[in-house]
Design a protein around this ligand. Structure first.
Ligand SMILES: [Ca+2]
Length: 618
């Protein structure tokens, strides 16, 4: 008996040693991703008005990165690069899909992801926060991009990025179920509670927590203004600062929780932001959220893509270290691979940055270049090659490359393209080499940048017309303006370009156009051919200024010269359903305001309908 006991205790010790060495080889990983947090929005990068004491202390005890870059300069493609290890020239997701279909274009079922790699390495994985790479089909079933199908054992948060703009949601997802919240709970606080709970439940590890906070993305909503309540600032900026400081407080709570559980020395923590500062309502100037960098979110200048990353791992990462290693979101997948010994399945554009993290920069492999392309308001490109940075601001105007020397001009003020044409050509060659055509986004500028039909197919949406038509559209009405375009308008302001695609296909998206103040501002849609028009759905602006949309008129025309007024609205509404009763032949539709005083004109969306043959018969 005694012998058996001895054998058992030897076995137990042996098992313990194996377990201990496995634990030592496999540290927990927490990757915290903020949303639209600018490079200069944190104290450790020079921010003075918004207080981030917890982050500053952690950055000081860890490694700060001065040349780490986001996957893109907006949410979905940046997160896609982080999850799948590919740069935007190869990635499946290369822009936010414009509100279509429900909740972002899903990544394919067979995508390699950070979550899947960590699962194969024996980790328990969680995504808590904003996902944005797939979710629910219009019929309520889940598509392939849903986080629990992409490598996460546990999910709590938002799938749909647009819903994530509201910090008091009607519901959040817990795994594949909706948790009703009734618009009464601050979602960020729930995310923190969930994160603490996940760490508790998995303290025996190893675990991987992807904590994708939504702060400081707008709306400006926060339960309390905390230390900013008495500041002599506009209310909106008190809220902005209070949101960021609340997130700072909660990162501090999480790290202290690791210390309490004695997990801190075996947990590698990353802190980062998905893209540059949002700059909403003048916040960039007020707080200087991009610091000394040029540009904000959506831009390929540094302010759009450089991220405020630091990494913290006491005893492993040297305290107070700073790295200028050129690196990006797509390096995370191979970094986690190197950390765990689990190989990446398939292709990655990333290079493990583990040598840099562990203080062995001489062993660090380097990128030839980092590349970005984005299809948003102005399709753009960026490329970093050594000290050089190339930027194409608007690809619709050709591939005109601006060139900056980052070693002396981090603010990208002096375009050196004329002085170094051979460098410009090297960058052009690299951009063209890095770009592989995408089935979802293409270069047919200035037409549609987003292939709605292809996105519907991958999302399991059979009828594109049905997806965004909300509510009470009469039976038999057929949406015909999806292939039309906005050809003329009275616009003259910077907001400018009436975005054909956005205006005609997105009823949920951002503003479609914005005119200057005029007595009769208007926008015109060309349906390409004469058609029997039965009605329109018009959504008013939702930026709190909907009362400006007074005296809305709709005119139609067969030739673009002679116009028939078919609708006149009185007071502003959230939405107008214009029913012409009888189909009227027209090719052009004009919508505008008729005001005594000059007014700005801005709508959220417009759809034009004809009567389908089937409907006409019934
Ligand atoms: Ca973002």
């Amino acid at each position: 008996m005694k012998t058996i006991d001895s054998i058992l205790s030897v076995l137990f010790i042996a098992v313990s040693i194996v377990t201990a060495s496995f634990a030592a080889r496999s540290p927990n990983v927490i990757y915290i991703l903020c949303d639209d947090l600018g490079y200069g929005e944190v104290g450790y990068n020079g921010q003075e008005m918004i207080q981030t004491p917890e982050l500053d202390a952690l950055a000081k005890k860890g490694m700060r990165f001065t040349s780490h870059y986001c996957g893109s300069s907006v949410c979905a493609p940046s997160r896609g690069s982080l999850m799948t290890g590919k740069h935007p020239g190869h990635a499946y997701i290369r822009a936010n899909s414009p509100g279509y279909p429900n909740g972002q274009t899903p990544i394919p079922a067979d995508s390699e992801t950070v979550g899947k790699l960590m699962q194969r390495a024996g980790y328990t994985t969680a995504c808590i926060g904003k996902w944005g790479l797939g979710g629910e089909r219009p019929d309520g079933t889940l598509n392939d991009g849903f986080p629990t199908q992409q490598g996460f054992d546990y999910f709590f948060g938002y799938c749909d990025q647009r819903r994530a703009h509201n910090y008091y949601p009607e519901f959040l997802w817990r795994n594949e179920e909706k948790v009703p919240l009734g618009g009464k709970v601050y979602s960020h606080d729930l995310m923190t509670e969930e994160a603490l709970k996940f760490v508790d439940e998995n303290k025996d590890g190893p675990f991987f927590l992807y904590l994708a906070y939504t702060i400081p993305h707008t709306k400006y909503q926060v339960p309390e203004l905390a230390q900013y309540a008495d500041r002599d600032w506009p209310e909106k900026f008190k809220k902005h600062a209070a949101m960021t400081s609340r997130m700072d407080r909660d990162v501090g709570r999480l790290v202290r929780h690791l210390e309490t559980l004695k997990l801190d020395k075996n947990t590698l923590v990353f802190f980062n932001s998905d893209n540059g500062a949002h700059g909403e309502q003048g916040s960039e100037k007020f707080f200087n959220t991009s610091g000394e960098l040029r540009g904000i979110k959506r831009s390929m200048y540094e302010g759009g893509v450089r991220s405020p990353m630091f990494a913290y791992w006491p005893g492993k990462i040297r305290a107070g270290s700073v790295s200028d290693h050129l690196s990006s979101f797509w390096d995370m997948l191979p970094t986690f691979s190197a950390l765990t010994g689990e190989p990446v399945q398939g292709e990655t554009d990333g290079i493990s940055m583990l040598p840099t993290l562990l203080g062995k920069p001489q062993q660090q492999k380097k990128h030839d270049y980092l590349y970005w392309e984005l299809y948003e308001r102005k399709p753009n490109q960026g490329l970093r090659m050594g000290k050089w940075k190339g930027v194409v601001v608007d690809r619709r105007k050709g591939q005109k490359i601006e060139l900056y020397d980052m070693s002396v001009d981090e603010g990208e003020q002096q375009d050196l393209a004329d002085r170094y044409p051979e460098v410009v050509e090297r960058i052009r060659k690299a951009m063209n080499e890095a770009h592989v055509p995408s089935p979802l986004w293409d270069k047919s500028f200035p037409g549609r940048m987003f292939n709605v039909e292809a996105a519907c197919e991958v999302s399991g949406v059979s009828n594109p017309d049905a997806v965004e038509t909300a509510g009470d559209i009469p039976t038999g009405w057929k949406w015909i303006s999806r292939n039309g375009s906005v050809t003329h308008s009275s616009l003259s302001s910077e907001w400018g370009v009436p975005h054909n695609h956005t205006l005609l296909t997105t009823m949920q998206g951002k503003q479609s156009f914005h005119t200057d103040a005029e007595e009769t501002p208007w926008v015109m849609i060309d349906l390409k051919q004469e058609q029997p028009i039965i009605g329109l759905e018009i959504l008013n602006r939702t930026d709190g200024k909907s009362s400006r949309t007074r005296n809305l008129h709709v005119w139609i025309s067969r030739d673009g010269n002679n116009w028939n007024q078919v609708f006149k609205a009185g007071k502003p509404e959230r939405r107008w359903l214009v029913d012409l009763s009888q189909p009227k032949q027209a090719r052009y539709v004009k919508i505008g305001l008729v005001n005594a005083k000059p007014e700005y004109f801005h709508l959220k969306g417009v759809k034009v309908f004809s009567k389908s043959k089937k409907g006409a018969e019934s």
